[in-house]
Design a protein around this ligand. Structure first.
Ligand code: SF4
Length: 377
Protein backbone atom coordinates (compact mmCIF):
# COMPACT_ATOMS: atom_id res chain seq x y z
CA UNK A 1 0.00 0.00 0.00
CA UNK A 2 1.32 3.46 -0.76
CA UNK A 3 -0.08 6.89 0.01
CA UNK A 4 0.10 9.71 -2.52
CA UNK A 5 -0.70 13.20 -1.27
CA UNK A 6 -1.13 16.35 -3.29
CA UNK A 7 1.31 19.17 -2.41
CA UNK A 8 -1.29 21.22 -0.53
CA UNK A 9 -2.63 18.19 1.31
CA UNK A 10 -6.12 18.70 -0.11
CA UNK A 11 -6.36 15.17 -1.41
CA UNK A 12 -4.85 11.94 -0.22
CA UNK A 13 -4.94 8.89 -2.40
CA UNK A 14 -4.20 5.49 -0.91
CA UNK A 15 -2.69 3.38 -3.67
CA UNK A 16 -3.09 -0.39 -3.93
CA UNK A 17 -1.24 -1.18 -7.18
CA UNK A 18 1.47 -3.25 -5.49
CA UNK A 19 -1.09 -5.24 -3.50
CA UNK A 20 -3.06 -5.97 -6.67
CA UNK A 21 0.08 -7.09 -8.56
CA UNK A 22 0.88 -9.41 -5.64
CA UNK A 23 -2.62 -10.94 -5.62
CA UNK A 24 -2.63 -11.43 -9.41
CA UNK A 25 0.66 -13.33 -9.11
CA UNK A 26 -0.57 -15.53 -6.23
CA UNK A 27 -1.63 -18.88 -7.78
CA UNK A 28 -3.88 -19.65 -4.79
CA UNK A 29 -6.09 -16.61 -5.54
CA UNK A 30 -8.84 -16.11 -8.13
CA UNK A 31 -8.66 -12.37 -8.89
CA UNK A 32 -11.59 -10.69 -10.66
CA UNK A 33 -12.01 -7.06 -11.59
CA UNK A 34 -15.04 -4.78 -12.05
CA UNK A 35 -14.96 -1.49 -13.97
CA UNK A 36 -17.22 1.46 -13.08
CA UNK A 37 -19.35 3.10 -15.81
CA UNK A 38 -17.41 6.36 -16.12
CA UNK A 39 -13.91 4.80 -16.33
CA UNK A 40 -14.46 3.68 -19.94
CA UNK A 41 -15.01 7.26 -21.16
CA UNK A 42 -11.99 8.79 -19.38
CA UNK A 43 -9.20 6.17 -19.41
CA UNK A 44 -8.21 6.97 -23.00
CA UNK A 45 -7.09 10.46 -21.93
CA UNK A 46 -4.16 8.82 -20.08
CA UNK A 47 -3.05 7.40 -23.44
CA UNK A 48 -3.33 10.65 -25.43
CA UNK A 49 -6.74 9.83 -26.84
CA UNK A 50 -9.29 12.70 -27.08
CA UNK A 51 -11.65 13.30 -24.15
CA UNK A 52 -14.83 11.29 -24.59
CA UNK A 53 -13.16 8.39 -26.39
CA UNK A 54 -15.11 5.22 -25.62
CA UNK A 55 -12.45 2.67 -24.64
CA UNK A 56 -14.55 -0.15 -23.18
CA UNK A 57 -13.18 -2.90 -25.44
CA UNK A 58 -9.53 -1.81 -25.10
CA UNK A 59 -9.90 -1.49 -21.32
CA UNK A 60 -11.26 -5.06 -21.08
CA UNK A 61 -8.40 -6.33 -23.28
CA UNK A 62 -5.83 -4.46 -21.16
CA UNK A 63 -7.22 -5.89 -17.90
CA UNK A 64 -6.85 -9.41 -19.34
CA UNK A 65 -3.23 -8.64 -20.29
CA UNK A 66 -2.61 -7.56 -16.68
CA UNK A 67 -3.60 -11.05 -15.56
CA UNK A 68 -7.09 -10.76 -14.05
CA UNK A 69 -8.90 -14.13 -14.17
CA UNK A 70 -12.20 -12.50 -15.15
CA UNK A 71 -13.10 -9.01 -16.29
CA UNK A 72 -16.56 -7.97 -15.12
CA UNK A 73 -18.62 -4.80 -15.27
CA UNK A 74 -19.96 -2.60 -12.47
CA UNK A 75 -22.71 -1.70 -14.97
CA UNK A 76 -24.11 -5.19 -14.27
CA UNK A 77 -24.47 -4.39 -10.58
CA UNK A 78 -25.75 -0.89 -11.42
CA UNK A 79 -28.63 -2.74 -13.08
CA UNK A 80 -28.97 -4.78 -9.89
CA UNK A 81 -29.03 -1.58 -7.82
CA UNK A 82 -31.94 -0.37 -9.93
CA UNK A 83 -33.87 -3.59 -9.28
CA UNK A 84 -33.59 -3.03 -5.53
CA UNK A 85 -33.76 0.78 -5.44
CA UNK A 86 -36.51 0.88 -8.08
CA UNK A 87 -38.59 -1.49 -5.94
CA UNK A 88 -38.09 0.82 -2.95
CA UNK A 89 -39.06 3.82 -5.08
CA UNK A 90 -42.27 2.13 -6.25
CA UNK A 91 -43.18 1.03 -2.70
CA UNK A 92 -42.61 4.51 -1.30
CA UNK A 93 -44.67 6.12 -4.07
CA UNK A 94 -47.52 3.66 -3.45
CA UNK A 95 -47.52 4.13 0.33
CA UNK A 96 -46.52 7.81 0.33
CA UNK A 97 -44.08 7.03 3.18
CA UNK A 98 -40.46 8.17 3.57
CA UNK A 99 -40.54 10.45 0.55
CA UNK A 100 -38.45 11.66 -1.09
CA UNK A 101 -36.25 8.66 -1.67
CA UNK A 102 -32.60 9.72 -1.92
CA UNK A 103 -30.10 7.74 -3.97
CA UNK A 104 -27.25 6.28 -1.95
CA UNK A 105 -24.64 4.97 -4.40
CA UNK A 106 -22.14 7.82 -3.86
CA UNK A 107 -20.03 7.26 -0.70
CA UNK A 108 -18.95 10.92 -0.62
CA UNK A 109 -22.61 11.87 -0.32
CA UNK A 110 -23.41 9.06 2.17
CA UNK A 111 -20.60 10.24 4.43
CA UNK A 112 -21.92 13.81 4.14
CA UNK A 113 -25.50 13.03 5.14
CA UNK A 114 -24.39 10.76 8.01
CA UNK A 115 -22.47 13.73 9.44
CA UNK A 116 -24.65 16.65 8.43
CA UNK A 117 -28.27 15.46 8.14
CA UNK A 118 -28.68 12.46 10.47
CA UNK A 119 -32.33 13.40 11.09
CA UNK A 120 -33.07 12.59 7.41
CA UNK A 121 -31.54 9.11 7.65
CA UNK A 122 -34.86 7.39 6.83
CA UNK A 123 -34.78 8.92 3.32
CA UNK A 124 -31.79 7.39 1.52
CA UNK A 125 -32.39 4.12 -0.26
CA UNK A 126 -31.00 1.18 1.69
CA UNK A 127 -29.69 -0.38 -1.53
CA UNK A 128 -25.91 -0.82 -1.52
CA UNK A 129 -23.92 0.95 -4.20
CA UNK A 130 -23.14 -0.93 -7.44
CA UNK A 131 -19.53 -1.41 -6.30
CA UNK A 132 -20.61 -3.10 -3.07
CA UNK A 133 -23.43 -5.10 -4.67
CA UNK A 134 -20.92 -6.45 -7.16
CA UNK A 135 -18.61 -7.54 -4.32
CA UNK A 136 -21.31 -9.33 -2.34
CA UNK A 137 -22.69 -11.13 -5.42
CA UNK A 138 -19.16 -12.09 -6.53
CA UNK A 139 -18.38 -13.56 -3.11
CA UNK A 140 -21.66 -15.50 -2.87
CA UNK A 141 -23.38 -16.38 -6.18
CA UNK A 142 -20.27 -16.28 -8.38
CA UNK A 143 -17.95 -17.93 -5.81
CA UNK A 144 -20.43 -20.81 -5.46
CA UNK A 145 -20.72 -21.13 -9.25
CA UNK A 146 -16.96 -21.43 -9.80
CA UNK A 147 -16.26 -23.36 -6.58
CA UNK A 148 -13.89 -20.82 -5.00
CA UNK A 149 -13.95 -20.00 -1.28
CA UNK A 150 -14.85 -16.33 -0.67
CA UNK A 151 -11.51 -15.77 1.12
CA UNK A 152 -9.63 -16.93 -2.01
CA UNK A 153 -11.69 -14.79 -4.36
CA UNK A 154 -10.18 -11.32 -4.65
CA UNK A 155 -12.41 -8.52 -5.94
CA UNK A 156 -10.67 -5.49 -7.41
CA UNK A 157 -12.62 -2.39 -8.46
CA UNK A 158 -11.56 0.20 -11.01
CA UNK A 159 -13.33 3.37 -9.91
CA UNK A 160 -13.36 7.06 -10.90
CA UNK A 161 -13.41 7.82 -7.23
CA UNK A 162 -11.26 8.10 -4.12
CA UNK A 163 -14.25 7.84 -1.77
CA UNK A 164 -14.91 4.32 -3.12
CA UNK A 165 -11.71 3.22 -1.34
CA UNK A 166 -13.21 4.41 1.93
CA UNK A 167 -16.57 2.79 1.08
CA UNK A 168 -15.01 -0.63 0.45
CA UNK A 169 -13.28 -0.43 3.85
CA UNK A 170 -16.45 0.32 5.86
CA UNK A 171 -16.85 -2.47 8.46
CA UNK A 172 -20.45 -3.28 7.47
CA UNK A 173 -19.13 -4.37 4.05
CA UNK A 174 -16.95 -7.11 5.54
CA UNK A 175 -19.43 -9.74 6.70
CA UNK A 176 -17.68 -12.56 8.63
CA UNK A 177 -14.42 -10.65 8.30
CA UNK A 178 -14.23 -11.10 4.49
CA UNK A 179 -14.51 -7.84 2.58
CA UNK A 180 -16.94 -7.66 -0.35
CA UNK A 181 -14.42 -5.56 -2.28
CA UNK A 182 -10.74 -6.14 -1.50
CA UNK A 183 -8.97 -3.36 -3.43
CA UNK A 184 -10.11 -0.20 -5.17
CA UNK A 185 -7.91 1.36 -7.85
CA UNK A 186 -8.60 4.71 -9.46
CA UNK A 187 -8.74 5.24 -13.23
CA UNK A 188 -5.29 6.86 -12.96
CA UNK A 189 -3.87 3.87 -11.08
CA UNK A 190 -5.21 1.51 -13.74
CA UNK A 191 -3.50 3.60 -16.42
CA UNK A 192 -0.26 3.42 -14.43
CA UNK A 193 -0.51 -0.39 -14.19
CA UNK A 194 -1.12 -0.68 -17.94
CA UNK A 195 1.98 1.47 -18.56
CA UNK A 196 4.06 -0.51 -16.03
CA UNK A 197 3.12 -3.74 -17.82
CA UNK A 198 4.22 -2.29 -21.16
CA UNK A 199 0.81 -2.88 -22.74
CA UNK A 200 0.28 -0.74 -25.87
CA UNK A 201 -3.20 0.43 -24.95
CA UNK A 202 -4.09 2.24 -28.16
CA UNK A 203 -3.06 -0.78 -30.29
CA UNK A 204 -5.29 -3.26 -28.41
CA UNK A 205 -8.21 -4.86 -30.23
CA UNK A 206 -11.57 -4.61 -28.49
CA UNK A 207 -12.57 -7.52 -26.27
CA UNK A 208 -15.83 -8.36 -24.49
CA UNK A 209 -16.53 -8.65 -20.75
CA UNK A 210 -16.78 -12.07 -19.14
CA UNK A 211 -20.08 -13.40 -17.91
CA UNK A 212 -22.26 -13.79 -15.87
CA UNK A 213 -21.32 -10.52 -14.11
CA UNK A 214 -20.37 -8.68 -17.28
CA UNK A 215 -23.70 -8.24 -19.03
CA UNK A 216 -25.30 -4.81 -18.66
CA UNK A 217 -27.71 -2.29 -20.15
CA UNK A 218 -27.74 1.37 -21.09
CA UNK A 219 -29.38 2.07 -17.74
CA UNK A 220 -26.26 0.74 -16.00
CA UNK A 221 -23.79 2.89 -17.90
CA UNK A 222 -25.62 6.20 -17.37
CA UNK A 223 -24.85 5.89 -13.63
CA UNK A 224 -21.56 7.55 -14.66
CA UNK A 225 -23.12 10.98 -15.27
CA UNK A 226 -25.17 13.23 -12.99
CA UNK A 227 -28.86 12.35 -13.44
CA UNK A 228 -28.17 8.83 -14.68
CA UNK A 229 -29.02 6.88 -11.54
CA UNK A 230 -32.40 8.56 -11.27
CA UNK A 231 -33.08 8.17 -15.01
CA UNK A 232 -32.27 4.46 -14.82
CA UNK A 233 -34.66 4.05 -11.87
CA UNK A 234 -37.40 5.99 -13.67
CA UNK A 235 -37.07 3.80 -16.79
CA UNK A 236 -37.73 0.69 -14.70
CA UNK A 237 -40.41 2.22 -12.46
CA UNK A 238 -42.28 3.50 -15.52
CA UNK A 239 -42.45 0.02 -17.09
CA UNK A 240 -43.39 -1.72 -13.86
CA UNK A 241 -46.07 0.77 -12.81
CA UNK A 242 -47.61 0.99 -16.30
CA UNK A 243 -47.25 -2.73 -17.11
CA UNK A 244 -45.88 -1.72 -20.53
CA UNK A 245 -42.54 -1.73 -22.36
CA UNK A 246 -42.35 2.08 -22.72
CA UNK A 247 -40.31 3.17 -25.74
CA UNK A 248 -39.76 6.82 -24.83
CA UNK A 249 -37.11 6.37 -22.14
CA UNK A 250 -34.87 9.44 -22.39
CA UNK A 251 -35.44 11.69 -19.36
CA UNK A 252 -33.45 14.56 -20.86
CA UNK A 253 -34.69 17.14 -18.32
CA UNK A 254 -32.48 15.58 -15.64
CA UNK A 255 -29.33 15.26 -17.76
CA UNK A 256 -26.49 17.77 -17.93
CA UNK A 257 -23.82 19.38 -15.78
CA UNK A 258 -25.93 21.95 -13.90
CA UNK A 259 -25.61 21.67 -10.11
CA UNK A 260 -29.35 21.35 -9.37
CA UNK A 261 -31.93 20.11 -11.90
CA UNK A 262 -35.62 19.86 -11.07
CA UNK A 263 -38.37 18.35 -13.22
CA UNK A 264 -41.86 16.93 -13.19
CA UNK A 265 -41.78 13.55 -14.94
CA UNK A 266 -44.58 11.23 -15.99
CA UNK A 267 -44.10 7.77 -14.50
CA UNK A 268 -46.82 5.12 -14.49
CA UNK A 269 -49.42 7.77 -15.35
CA UNK A 270 -48.42 9.90 -12.33
CA UNK A 271 -46.62 13.22 -12.15
CA UNK A 272 -43.50 12.81 -10.03
CA UNK A 273 -41.46 15.73 -8.72
CA UNK A 274 -37.79 14.86 -8.98
CA UNK A 275 -34.47 16.61 -8.46
CA UNK A 276 -30.87 15.85 -9.33
CA UNK A 277 -28.06 17.49 -7.47
CA UNK A 278 -24.30 17.28 -7.84
CA UNK A 279 -21.71 18.92 -5.61
CA UNK A 280 -22.11 18.86 -1.82
CA UNK A 281 -22.82 22.59 -1.56
CA UNK A 282 -25.87 22.07 -3.74
CA UNK A 283 -26.87 19.00 -1.70
CA UNK A 284 -26.78 21.10 1.46
CA UNK A 285 -29.08 23.73 -0.10
CA UNK A 286 -31.60 21.12 -1.25
CA UNK A 287 -31.61 19.12 1.98
CA UNK A 288 -31.98 22.24 4.09
CA UNK A 289 -35.13 23.09 2.12
CA UNK A 290 -36.47 19.56 2.66
CA UNK A 291 -35.67 19.66 6.37
CA UNK A 292 -37.49 22.99 6.65
CA UNK A 293 -40.50 21.66 4.74
CA UNK A 294 -39.94 24.21 1.94
CA UNK A 295 -39.66 21.67 -0.91
CA UNK A 296 -41.42 18.43 -1.74
CA UNK A 297 -40.12 15.74 -4.07
CA UNK A 298 -40.69 12.05 -4.74
CA UNK A 299 -37.09 11.20 -5.62
CA UNK A 300 -33.71 12.91 -5.52
CA UNK A 301 -30.34 11.84 -6.88
CA UNK A 302 -27.28 13.29 -5.18
CA UNK A 303 -23.64 12.92 -6.25
CA UNK A 304 -20.74 14.54 -4.41
CA UNK A 305 -18.71 15.43 -7.51
CA UNK A 306 -19.98 18.24 -9.75
CA UNK A 307 -21.31 16.52 -12.88
CA UNK A 308 -21.20 13.08 -11.24
CA UNK A 309 -18.62 10.28 -11.51
CA UNK A 310 -17.30 11.44 -14.89
CA UNK A 311 -15.64 14.15 -12.76
CA UNK A 312 -14.51 11.88 -9.90
CA UNK A 313 -11.31 12.48 -7.97
CA UNK A 314 -9.69 9.33 -9.41
CA UNK A 315 -10.19 10.27 -13.04
CA UNK A 316 -7.49 11.73 -15.31
CA UNK A 317 -6.95 15.36 -14.29
CA UNK A 318 -9.10 17.80 -16.27
CA UNK A 319 -7.85 21.05 -14.76
CA UNK A 320 -11.58 21.83 -14.28
CA UNK A 321 -11.99 21.80 -18.07
CA UNK A 322 -15.74 21.87 -18.70
CA UNK A 323 -15.29 20.79 -22.31
CA UNK A 324 -13.61 17.57 -21.17
CA UNK A 325 -16.51 16.86 -18.80
CA UNK A 326 -19.02 17.61 -21.56
CA UNK A 327 -17.22 15.11 -23.86
CA UNK A 328 -17.17 12.41 -21.17
CA UNK A 329 -20.86 12.98 -20.47
CA UNK A 330 -21.77 12.79 -24.16
CA UNK A 331 -19.78 9.56 -24.46
CA UNK A 332 -21.74 8.02 -21.56
CA UNK A 333 -25.06 8.73 -23.30
CA UNK A 334 -23.60 7.47 -26.60
CA UNK A 335 -22.71 4.12 -24.97
CA UNK A 336 -26.29 3.97 -23.63
CA UNK A 337 -27.71 4.67 -27.07
CA UNK A 338 -25.53 2.02 -28.72
CA UNK A 339 -26.68 -0.78 -26.43
CA UNK A 340 -29.51 -3.08 -27.53
CA UNK A 341 -31.04 -3.21 -24.02
CA UNK A 342 -31.43 0.06 -22.11
CA UNK A 343 -33.50 -0.91 -19.06
CA UNK A 344 -32.10 -2.69 -16.00
CA UNK A 345 -35.02 -5.09 -15.50
CA UNK A 346 -34.50 -6.43 -19.05
CA UNK A 347 -30.87 -7.48 -18.44
CA UNK A 348 -30.93 -11.28 -19.07
CA UNK A 349 -28.15 -11.96 -16.52
CA UNK A 350 -30.04 -9.98 -13.86
CA UNK A 351 -33.25 -11.90 -14.61
CA UNK A 352 -31.30 -15.16 -14.27
CA UNK A 353 -29.68 -14.03 -11.01
CA UNK A 354 -33.13 -13.44 -9.47
CA UNK A 355 -34.60 -16.64 -10.92
CA UNK A 356 -31.72 -18.88 -9.84
CA UNK A 357 -30.55 -17.27 -6.63
CA UNK A 358 -32.12 -14.16 -5.13
CA UNK A 359 -35.84 -14.77 -5.73
CA UNK A 360 -37.61 -11.42 -5.96
CA UNK A 361 -36.21 -7.88 -5.56
CA UNK A 362 -36.47 -7.09 -1.85
CA UNK A 363 -36.44 -10.81 -0.88
CA UNK A 364 -34.82 -11.89 2.39
CA UNK A 365 -31.63 -12.95 0.59
CA UNK A 366 -31.61 -9.77 -1.50
CA UNK A 367 -31.85 -7.77 1.73
CA UNK A 368 -29.02 -9.70 3.33
CA UNK A 369 -26.69 -9.31 0.34
CA UNK A 370 -27.73 -6.09 -1.34
CA UNK A 371 -28.91 -3.66 1.34
CA UNK A 372 -27.13 -1.70 4.04
CA UNK A 373 -27.75 0.75 6.88
CA UNK A 374 -26.37 4.13 7.87
CA UNK A 375 -24.95 5.65 11.00
CA UNK A 376 -25.32 9.08 12.59
CA UNK A 377 -21.78 10.37 13.02
FE1 SF4 B 1 -17.20 8.97 -6.15
FE2 SF4 B 1 -17.67 11.45 -6.98
FE3 SF4 B 1 -18.93 9.38 -8.13
FE4 SF4 B 1 -19.52 10.14 -5.64
S1 SF4 B 1 -19.84 11.34 -7.51
S2 SF4 B 1 -19.23 8.03 -6.37
S3 SF4 B 1 -17.54 10.76 -4.83
S4 SF4 B 1 -16.76 9.79 -8.19
Amino acid sequence: QCVLACPVGALTEIGYKDDVWREINDPTKHVVVQTAPSVRVALGEEFDMPAGSITTGKMVAALRRLGFAKVFDTDFSADLTIMEEGTELINRIKTGKNLPILTSCCPGWVNFFEHQFPELMHMPSTAKSPQQMFGSIAKSYYAEKVGVKPKDLIVVSIMPCLAKKYEAARPEFAPDGVRDVDYVLSTRELAAMIKEAGVMFSALKDEEYDNPLGESTGAGVIFGASGGVLEAALRTANDILSGKDIKDIDFVAIRGLEGIKEATVQVGGMDLQVAVCSGLGNARKLLTKIRNGEAKYHAIEIMACPGGCINGGGQPYTGSNLKTLEERKNAIYQVDKNLPIRKSHQNPSIIKLYNDYLGEPGSQLAHKLLHTHYFAR
